[in-house]
Write a protein that binds this ligand. Structure first.
Ligand code: ATP
Length: 327
């Protein structure tokens, strides 16, 4: 995927707040219709990245393009094609839900095209986000989860081609979370390009075709959830009970360990092989980046030992893009 054909792209994006450098070299490319989850620890710069892509922040350096324009200098017409769900929207307390969305939707009327009907009709949108029964409620009387559903509706009312979601399900109950996931799946069927941040790896895996991990100011992993799990989960644990005694061993080669376990004398009554979960692998990777320690992350193939321009055979196999930068 090249920068020109990508719906969202950054090259060597940098961001500094006073003396603090938050983004050091963020280079990414997201194609039309992709749903991508941006993960990273607290303070990694996810919101900063999203806000630069939304045009709300001017980066300190590097290039950014969303729908072919530089976000912070983009036109009104561009803004109408981009949906934004902020981490919090706490104004307009006296407005009522339907009235508020109706008001926002007026902005998009001029930007309807033969292909994209804008705005999204308020009644239908409220049903889609599960607020149909709350349309007459004042905004300051909504619960936290209801407020979040409204935030999502605000992001969608212009039927955006690109949707940015910053921790969209924070504060959702399980039902709201499930409904939201259905909603996002429906949008991806409509070819909407979606970039979301989340701390919920299950959610990332459910929704996103691709995961980017931001840590240490740069993208340290980029691949499908399966790619990442397989690349990052080099370690498996083998748990077994021999002659009544429980054993738990970690290995990079579970097949060899199993052979060994079964070849040894004694009666095996329980046997379980478990690969490290995506969450465990993610935590190990972030730990490696944060401490700079030589841990398993390098052997995951996400972080090459030495910077290189050439993908290794492993990387070519999995489609995981290496990071040609030491962190
Ligand atoms: N306006 C600002 N001025 C100074 N520092 C800021 C500003 N906004 C963010 N930061 C700092 O930049 C770093 C990145 O913040 P950001 O909100 O982008 O991280 P994040 O990955 O979204 O974190 P979280 O997961 O906690 O939401 C943090 O250390 C934060 O304190």
């Amino acid at each position: 995927m090249t920068g020109t054909s990508a719906t969202i792209s950054t090259t060597n994006l940098r961001m500094q707040y006073a003396a603090t450098r938050v983004l050091d070299d963020v280079t990414l490319s997201i194609g039309r219709g992709e749903v991508v989850a941006l993960l990273g620890p607290n303070g990694a710069g996810k919101t900063t990245t999203i806000e630069i892509l939304e045009g709300f922040r001017v980066p300190s350096g590097g290039e950014v393009s969303v729908l072919g324009e530089t976000p912070h200098t983009a036109s009104e017409a561009w803004r109408a094609r981009v949906g934004v769900v902020l981490q919090s929207w706490r104004d307009h307390g006296k407005w009522r839900v339907e009235e508020f969305l109706d008001y926002l939707s007026l902005y998009y009327t001029d930007y309807a095209t033969p292909e994209v009907q804008r705005p999204w009709p308020t009644g239908d949108l409220l049903e889609r986000v599960g607020l149909g029964a709350k349309k007459q409620r004042r905004l300051d009387r909504l619960s936290g989860g209801e407020r979040r559903r409204l935030d999502v509706a605000i992001g969608l009312v212009g039927r955006p081609e690109v949707l940015f979601l910053d921790e969209p399900t924070a504060g959702f109950d399980p039902q709201a979370r499930h409904d939201f996931h259905e909603l996002i799946r429906g949008l991806s069927d409509l070819d909407t390009t979606i970039l979301l941040t989340t701390h919920d790896l299950t959610e990332a895996e459910l929704l996103a075709g691709r995961i980017l991990v931001l840590a240490g100011g740069t993208i340290v992993a980029d691949g499908s959830p399966d790619d990442l799990r397989h690349r990052m989960s080099a370690t498996a644990s083998v748990r077994y009970r021999r002659d009544g005694q429980l054993h738990n061993e970690s290995t990079d080669d579970p097949v060899a360990l199993l052979r060994d376990v079964l070849a040894r004398p004694g009666e095996i009554t329980e046997l379980e092989v478990r690969r490290a979960s995506l969450e465990e692998a993610y935590l190990a990777l972030v730990h490696q980046v944060e401490t700079g320690a030589e841990t398993q992350a390098a052997s995951f193939g996400i972080l090459p030992d030495e910077p290189t321009d050439e993908p290794t055979d492993d990387q070519a196999d999995t489609g995981v893009e290496p990071v040609d930068k030491e962190v």
